[in-house]
Design a protein around this ligand. Structure first.
Ligand code: ZN
Length: 342
């Protein structure tokens, strides 16, 4: 090899080393460089460096991906990134919840994580802004809770066949659109009740079934409750609280009662006390056949730890025949079943 060639090679080697060094220095400082003109304070910058990948920071710089004001994203990050359950990939959800007016940052992060886990999308959250009632309720639930609903989330699709209203899921002042008056099923003291049309049709058929077995009108079964509006539930709840604080555990706050969904009934034997109904032949029949008509016993025995409601043999919920059969044969409560469908 001649001298000229050798010195050429040497030069090339030196250049490669220099380039490699520059790349290494850039990589080590990539986060610093990317954050150079990002408008957040230094402690937030440090947290961003700790918690976010280079790729995350690049996404953050192009806040346009959020389809919302980048200033808002940055001010949210400042307040939220120090929280333990903060997750950058959920940032867009956090910011959209802020946009609706919620201000309790730790609750925004907590609830946004839960909404996403349950399969709700950012679009669902954005849609809330179209309904001012729903929006106000949503923000209240995030910021301070309502009644004992500090941990409740808003049910975004309460008209869904499998919607759950309980201590964790509030249906706000939702009112079903397809309520019909109950006319062909006996009601206690001839009370006026309303149900969603599909639940009512199923109930009529079930009554015929009971009548075939036990005779008399609907086998002497009567409706003792059906659809209950938010206002009615609120009244009931406040009355019971005024009477006896202990009673709070047996009545759900407004927005948390399954009766507000319009597809639940209390169905019992007219001449038997409610607490004895579970031992009657009629109940045995209902337990065996309710699913054939699309109903489930919503608060079964041995599921109290999940439903947080005592065993209620009289409370039935309409979910449709196929689902009712599936739930009943598997021995699940609705909360468990809904989880298996996700
Ligand atoms: Zn009930």
């Amino acid at each position: 090899m001649n001298k000229k060639r050798k010195s050429h090679l040497k030069g090339l080697l030196v250049s490669i080393i220099i380039v490699l060094l520059i790349i290494i220095i850039l990589l080590f400082n990539a986060k610093n460089i990317l954050l150079m003109n990002v408008d957040v304070n230094n402690s937030t910058k440090n947290l961003i460096k700790q918690k976010l990948s280079i790729n995350d920071i690049m996404m953050l710089r192009k806040s346009k991906i959020y389809d919302i004001d980048s200033k808002l994203v940055l001010s949210d990050i400042e307040k939220e990134i120090s929280l333990d359950d903060y997750n950058f990939s959920n940032q867009e959800m956090y910011s959209n919840i802020s946009l609706l007016g919620a201000t309790n940052q730790s609750m925004i992060v907590k609830k946004a994580n839960e909404y996403l886990e349950e399969g709700y999308s950012i679009k669902d959250i954005k849609n809330i802004s179209n309904d001012s009632d729903k929006k106000a309720y949503f923000v209240k639930l995030i910021d301070k809770g309502i009644y004992n609903q500090a941990n409740a989330k808003l049910v975004l699709n309460p008209s869904d066949n499998l919607a759950i209203a309980n201590y964790e899921n509030s249906i706000y002042n939702y009112q079903p659109s397809n309520l019909v008056k109950v006319t062909n099923v006996p009601t206690i003291d001839n009370s006026t009740y309303y149900l969603k049309d599909d639940a009512y049709q199923a109930l009529e058929k079930m009554c015929s079934g009971i009548e075939k077995e036990f005779g008399s009108n609907c086998g002497s079964m009567v409706l003792t409750s059906a659809y209950r509006s938010y206002d009615e539930q609120e009244k009931l709840y406040n009355e019971l609280i005024a009477e006896d604080k202990e009673n709070i555990s047996i009545v759900q706050p407004p927005g948390e009662s399954e009766h507000q969904l319009g597809n639940s009934i209390d169905f019992a034997l007219s001449y038997v006390k409610q607490e004895d109904y579970g031992n009657t032949e009629q109940f045995k029949w209902v337990k065996e056949h309710a699913a054939d008509y699309g109903f489930i016993i919503r608060y079964p025995e041995n599921k109290e730890d999940i439903t947080k409601i005592e065993y209620e043999p009289w409370h039935l919920r309409y979910v449709g025949i196929d689902i009712a059969k599936d739930i009943t044969s598997k021995g699940l409560c609705l909360e468990e079943y809904v989880k298996t469908t996700k």
